[in-house]
Design a protein around this ligand. Structure first.
Ligand code: DAT
Ligand code: MG
Length: 149
């Protein structure tokens, strides 16, 4: 089982899309293991997006991501990092296919409503950055034998 970090961005929160986004991961069969509604600081977002520090949009991105609340989550499932990235669509909603979250729910690259870790290595780093050990909820989901052979 893998875990990945997902966040509904300030635009997704303001547009009332938290429920729609959670629904997609729930109905796919993934398991929610941690979540919180919070406002991140600009410095925290600079750490989160450190890989992009040389990009021209880095400063604006970090400022925007700390401008309002985000809904941060950790989800678990087989091959989840790759599958969630496919469910998100492309970084630019204009290139995202209908049926994907960005392809269905947003228009502009700077307002693409959702973050999802892009690799297993980054997923581990982001999960550790956003959540403490005691924030994970342990439980046995009753659906496991009907989702996995
Ligand atoms: P993703 O969020 O698909 O992993 P990324 O990690 O390359 O994409 O970039 C992080 C965010 O930065 C992205 O969701 C939106 C913003 N962004 C990326 N490229 C951009 C660009 N060319 N102009 C403006 N914002 C951009
Ligand atoms: Mg990324």
């Amino acid at each position: 089982m893998e875990r990945t970090f997902i966040a509904v961005k300030p635009d997704g929160v303001q547009r009332g899309l938290i429920g729609e986004i959670i629904k997609r991961f729930e109905t796919r069969g993934f398991r929610l293991v941690a979540s919180k509604f919070m406002k991140a600081s600009e410095d925290f977002m600079k750490t989160h997006y450190l890989d992009l520090k040389d990009m021209p949009f880095y400063a604006g991105l970090c400022k925007y991501m700390s401008s309002g609340p985000v809904f941060a989550m950790v989800w678990e499932g087989q091959n989840i990092v790759k599958l969630v990235r496919m469910m998100l669509g492309e970084t630019n909603p204009a290139d995202s296919k209908p049926g994907s979250i960005r392809g269905d729910l947003c228009i502009n690259i700077g307002r693409n409503i959702i973050h999802g870790s892009d690799t297993l290595e980054n997923a581990k780093r982001e999960v550790g950055l956003w959540f403490k050990a005691e924030e994970f909820v342990e439980y046995t989901p009753c659906t496991q034998p009907f989702l996995y052979e």
